[in-house]
Design a protein around this ligand. Structure first.
Ligand code: SAM
Length: 269
């Protein structure tokens, strides 16, 4: 007797992805963010790239439930190069046209990578490292005397035109200055933690509200549980999310739908 084929829980998304949710506030695609047909669907000249790609460290967590290794976390993907595709091409002199990718002089937040890794590929005119203080110590390497209690977030201003970058464009006005340490407790209840890297919505909302205005489009090509989408919708922004794992893409839909319903109730109140 032959063994029945194992159920493939890691079904790859179809070429071009599949739109699971589309409203005037949010688009959620189950897809591979390296797929040019998926990238082509993001509206041009969007307002913010806020993302948390796999870290390339083969992180495996048993916290809360049995998560397997995060897709794309095996160190074989050049994530800064993938994000460069989401930023769009180097600027040309055709000003006024809506170029593919992030609009000129708009902001970027990337969790887990250094500004040295990101400044060139994402063409950042100015950047700074922010620290997310998780207000608790994680597991990490138990043989070391220090446990990880923070994560880095690279902030940068994307400048499309090389000549402007070379001139030092992209410096922010001092009135926008805030401290670079952001203290937000990590979601820590095993029932609330639905994804091993789930970010707290208030942390992501702080980033989004610091760098966009209401109605702007926030893009996250590695959406995970959808915290970026929830934060964007609750802040009156729009979101465009892509997630590779079907289970997590469906979780994004569930959470973003709930955020949309809440935003509508608040607007009607
Ligand atoms: C670090 S997690 C993001 C967590 C998210 N910030 C949250 O708050 O839940 C990275 C996510 O990228 C997804 N991913 C990995 N490779 C991908 C790909 N090629 N396209 C789209 N998503 C991908 C993983 O499945 C994982 O959910």
């Amino acid at each position: 007797m032959t063994e029945p084929a194992a159920l493939d829980l890691h079904l790859a998304p179809p070429p071009g992805g599949q739109i699971l949710h589309h409203t005037d506030r949010a688009t959620i695609i189950w897809g591979d963010c390296r797929d040019p047909e998926v990238i082509a669907q993001v509206p041009p000249a969007y307002g913010l790239l806020c993302t948390d790609p796999p870290y390339g460290v083969a992180y495996e967590s048993g916290f809360g439930r049995n998560f397997t290794q995060i897709t794309g976390d095996d160190g074989t993907v050049d994530w800064p190069a993938v994000l460069a595709e989401w930023i769009g091409p180097e600027g040309t002199i055709s000003r006024g046209s809506k170029a593919r990718g992030l609009a000129n002089a708009r902001h970027v937040y990337v969790f887990g990578y250094t500004d040295e890794q990101l400044v060139e590929p994402l063409r950042l005119g100015a950047g700074i490292e922010l620290i997310w203080d998780k207000c608790m110590t994680g597991m990490g390497d138990l043989s070391l005397p220090w446990g990880p209690g923070h994560e880095r977030i690279t902030f940068g201003v994307h400048i499309k035109y090389r000549s402007n970058r070379d001139r030092g464009a992209g410096q922010l006005s001092a009135r926008l200055r805030k401290g670079s340490v952001l203290r937000y407790p990590r979601p820590n209840s095993s029932s609330a933690l639905r994804h091993p890297n789930e970010k707290p919505v208030p942390l992501v909302a702080d980033l989004i509200e610091s760098s966009t205005v209401r109605g702007d489009l926030v893009v996250d090509p590695c959406a995970g549980s959808g915290s970026t989408g929830v934060a964007a919708v609750l802040s009156g922004r729009h979101c465009f999310l892509v997630e590779y794992e079907r289970e997590f893409a469906e979780l994004c839909v569930e959470r973003v739908r709930a955020a949309e319903a809440l935003a509508e109730r608040i607007a009607a109140a």
